[in-house]
Each structure stands twice: as structure tokens, then as C-alpha cells.
Write a protein that binds this ligand. Structure first.
Ligand code: GDG
Length: 459
């Protein structure tokens, strides 16, 4: 049998970081969604991963981890500022998330975005061998597909966007919209988390880049580009396995006991303004004030992983979250009964799963989210069939997880009612819903996602 083509993965970050010093320096696989999604396919097909190591300075020396060759791309201090903090996270990230905070447009950030994309494309072309598949990831590298195509005209290139693709009304703001679209259209296949994002893209590709065609297939420069919705998922079996492990179950029981056996409402997010953490806290605060819930019965736990702290909007969100947690606790905590536990740090995956197991209600209330893997992970860990997922309509995951309690997070009154409904839900209803949710995730896990996408490029 013919072996499947080798992969060239191009993503902003490398899947590993360097640990140790001097001659003892080595690469260690990083935790994280994209890494666990891509590792099995890479181990199976072999391949190379092109990415940045997160620091300022020259590219690190090539390395190898878990059967994957690592090729680092170096960024200067000024490129970290202008390309990464600037264009990626202060222009594109807010613009693509409904402009929840105002996107900034600085002409001095555009050239660095081009330069860095070109460096990734050059590295990809150098690693490329005949018949390889090239898979470019996410908003940081939207120019790379076309730049790779210029260097390797016959390469098969796929691009996947992990965040939403905005509607025309917002995308049109971007002074460099045509260049971005032409960059993306260098791909053979462009994948989005949802059908809505795919449709948004097709509309603007026709309007601003001269592409023609249908919702599924565009033509440009006499090439065809396939556009598809291909929702990402999680390694379902891996989460089930961690959730079943005796040490994790012990830890979950310990957490429950430490919280005094109260019903636990859980939030797990990067500390990002897109995730709707303050609104969720305000809703809980008002429920305590209205005496619809009490600290004798309920406790909220918010795990907030620090993120992009030097980018505008993040510090404000952190301040608002911390102020609100302080207010709620000042008003309602009792000895031995804290109202809100707030952890601003990242936990090990095992500890994270223990919290999923201990949580009676999972609150996933982003204002906008490409997919949201936390929602899927919670569901997959609930192997006893109980637990309630409250899920924002504006997360990509809401398209699949129809049996969650879906809510508009800006509608605080309905959010409050939904939280009460979740806390009071009968066990039979929980089980009925959870069974459907679990089968949604199991039927479409991360391996199905990567297979579907690679098959489309391979086609
Ligand atoms: C982007 C898109 C899309 C969280 N806290 C801890 C921890 N996590 C892990 C979760 C989950 C991941 O981080 C977060 O993934 P999300 O999907 O929820 O959100 P983003 O980081 O914004 O991801 C998103 C995703 O890309 C994939 O395409 O779904 O829409 O915004 O896996 O488990 N992991 C550990 N400790 C923590 O404290 N170990």
C-alpha cells in the first residue's frame, strides 16, 4: 500500500519548547489542543513542523520530538511587538471576534506581518519534498499559503482558521483586506470552524479578491479553491481515559469535599475578553443578591489562564474579573464557604479533568469563539452521564452541541435563569442531555477532524 504523503505543518507556535541549559538543552512537547490534534497524524505520516518558539532572537537550532522534525522561525524583538502583539492580536484577533474591543489599524504593523509570513513560507518551501501536504494554521499566517504557492507551484496546500471569520461589515474595515484574501486563496483547501464563517469568507473573496464560484468552490487565477466547514474537536478517548484514572477521581472527590459538598459551577478559560468571564460573574453575583442561589448551596470556580498580558484589553479584563470576584466574595462569602474561587494560573491536564469531574455545571459563555474545546472536554469527562453544560450561542461548539443549555451571554436575565435551570436540573434530564452531547463529541473527535481535512487536501 502507498504510504500517506508526508506533512509540512506551518503554525505560529512550535509544538514543543526548549528546556534545560547548555549541553543538557532538549525539546519537550508542549501541552495544548493543536499539538494533541496534530501529533497522531504526524507520528503516522512523518513530517516537519515550522513555528516560532515564543522568544525574541534568532531561530533555535532544528530539533526533533515525538517523530516530528522541528524547524524554528526567529522573530526580532520589534517583530514580536509589531507582528505578534500588534497585527495578530491587536488588529486581527479583535476584528475577527466581532470587534468586542476596538481593533487598531497601524500601518507600521503591516510590513512586519508580511515579513514574518514570508519567513514562514520560505522555511516551509525549504522543508517541502515532492508530494508532501502543506497544512498552514490560523490567523497569524494568512499570507503564507500564497507565498508558499509562489515558491512551490505544485504543492498541495491547506489552510485552517481556528477563530471565526467575520462578516463582510467587519472584514471590510481591514485596509489590507484584498492582500489577506489573496494570501488565503493561495491554498487548495480553506477550512473554517463553522458554515457561517465559510460563507462569510466566500462573500468577501468574491467582493474584494475577484474570486468566482459557489459556496463550496471558488476559482481564482485559473485555480480552484475548495472552501469547507470542518469543526475541530478533541482527543475524546484520551480525555475519557484521564477521567477514568483512579488518581484523578480521588482528586475530584477531594475537591468536592473541600468545597463542602456544594454544587459547583465551573469556568475554564484563557483570560481573554472574548470569553465572557465578567458577564458570567455578574450573573452569579445577581443571583446571590436576588437570593435565587446561596453560598450554602453553590460555589463558583473560575480557572483563568494568563494570556497576552501586554496586549490592549487584557489587563482591563483581568482587572474587571478580579474586582468582581472581590466584590462577590466581600458581600457573600462565609467562614468555610467562599462564594467564588478564582485561580489565575494554568493547571496540569489531570487537575483540569478533576475539576471537570467535580463540576455540576460548566459555564462556557464566550461572546464569540471559533469553537471552544473546553465545552467538548467537559462533556467527554462526564462518564457517569450527569452534569449540565451552559453554552453560548456564539461559540462554534453550539452548532454541534445542541443539547447543551444554549444562551445569549449578553442577555443577563436569561443567562441568570439558565444558570438556575442548570443548578436545579433533574438527574434524568441531565442524563438524557449528556448522553446526546457525549455521542456528538465521540462521533466527531479530533482524529476525524484531521482526517477529513487531510482527505480534502489529498483529493
Ligand atoms: C482557539 C480558539 C478553538 C485551559 N486551561 C487549562 C488548559 N486549558 C486548555 C483547555 C483547552 C484549551 O486550553 C483551550 O481551548 P479553547 O478552544 O477553549 O480556546 P482558545 O485557547 O481560545 O483556542 C478556539 C481553538 O483555538 C481550537 O481550534 O476552539 O475557539 O479561540 O484544550 O483544556 N489546559 C491545562 N491547564 C489549564 O489550566 N493543562
Amino acid at each position: 500500500m502507498k504510504s500517506p504523503p508526508r506533512l509540512v505543518v506551518v503554525a505560529n507556535r512550535l509544538p514543543a519548547s526548549r528546556v534545560g541549559h547548555g549541553p543538557g538543552i532538549r525539546w519537550e512537547r508542549s501541552p495544548g489542543g493543536l499539538v494533541s490534534a496534530m501529533s497522531p497524524v504526524l507520528e503516522d505520516r512523518g513530517g516537519v513542523w515550522i513555528g516560532w518558539d515564543g522568544g525574541a532572537g534568532p531561530a533555535p537550532r532544528p530539533g526533533r520530538v515525538g517523530g516530528v522534525d522541528l524547524r524554528g522561525v526567529g522573530l526580532s524583538r520589534s517583530e514580536v511587538e509589531k507582528y505578534y502583539h500588534g497585527f495578530c492580536n491587536t488588529t486581527l484577533w479583535p476584528l475577527y471576534h466581532d470587534a468586542i474591543v476596538n481593533p487598531e489599524f497601524h500601518r507600521s504593523w503591516w510590513e512586519p506581518y508580511i515579513d514574518v509570513n514570508r519567513r514562514f513560507a520560505t522555511a516551509a518551501a525549504r522543508a517541502y519534498r515532492r508530494n508532501n501536504l502543506v497544512w498552514v494554521h490560523d490567523y497569524q499566517l494568512q499570507l503564507a499559503p500564497r507565498m508558499i504557492r509562489e515558491r512551490k507551484p505544485n504543492a498541495r496546500i491547506g489552510f485552517f482558521l481556528h477563530i471565526p471569520f467575520p462578516p463582510d461589515e467587519l472584514f471590510a474595515w481591514l485596509p489590507w483586506r484584498s492582500a489577506i484574501l489573496r494570501g488565503l486563496l493561495g491554498s487548495d483547501v480553506i477550512g473554517f470552524q463553522t458554515q457561517a464563517s465559510a460563507e462569510n469568507f466566500v462573500r468577501v473573496a468574491k467582493r474584494y479578491a475577484g474570486a468566482e464560484g459557489t459556496e463550496r468552490e471558488l476559482t481564482i487565477d485559473r485555480r480552484t479553491v475548495r472552501v469547507m466547514a470542518c469543526p475541530i474537536s478533541i482527543p475524546a478517548a484520551e480525555f475519557e481515559k484521564i477521567a477514568a484514572s483512579p488518581s484523578v477521581r480521588r482528586k475530584a472527590a477531594e475537591i468536592k469535599q473541600q468545597l463542602g459538598g456544594r454544587k459547583m459551577l465551573l469556568g475554564v478559560d484563557r483570560l481573554d475578553y472574548t470569553k465572557g468571564i465578567p458577564l458570567r460573574l455578574h450573573a452569579f453575583h445577581e443571583l446571590l443578591q436576588d437570593r435565587k442561589l446561596s453560598v450554602h448551596e453553590c460555589v463558583m470556580v473560575q480557572i483563568a489562564v494568563p494570556s497576552r498580558e501586554s496586549v490592549p484589553g487584557y489587563e482591563e479584563t483581568r482587572r474587571e474579573v478580579e474586582l468582581t470576584v472581590g466584590r462577590i466574595n466581600g458581600e457573600f462569602s462565609m467562614p468555610g464557604k467562599v462564594a467564588v474561587h478564582y485561580f489565575r494560573r494554568s493547571l496540569s491536564r489531570e487537575d483540569l479533568v478533576a475539576y471537570y469531574l467535580a463540576a455540576d455545571v460548566m459555564l462556557v459563555t464566550p461572546l464569540r469563539d471559533g469553537m471552544n474545546l473546553v465545552a467538548k472536554e467537559y462533556v467527554m469527562c462526564r462518564d457517569d452521564g450527569t452534569g449540565v453544560l451552559v453554552l453560548s450561542e456564539f461559540a462554534g461548539a453550539a452548532r454541534e452541541l445542541r443539547r447543551a443549555l444554549l444562551v445569549n451571554p449578553r442577555d443577563v436575565e436569561t443567562l441568570k435563569k439558565t444558570i438556575v435551570q442548570a443548578v436545579r436540573m433533574r438527574e434524568s434530564d441531565q442524563r438524557m442531555r449528556m448522553a446526546m452531547l457525549r455521542s456528538n463529541v465521540r462521533r466527531h473527535d479530533v482524529h476525524d477532524w484531521s482526517r477529513a481535512f487531510l482527505e480534502a487536501i489529498d483529493d
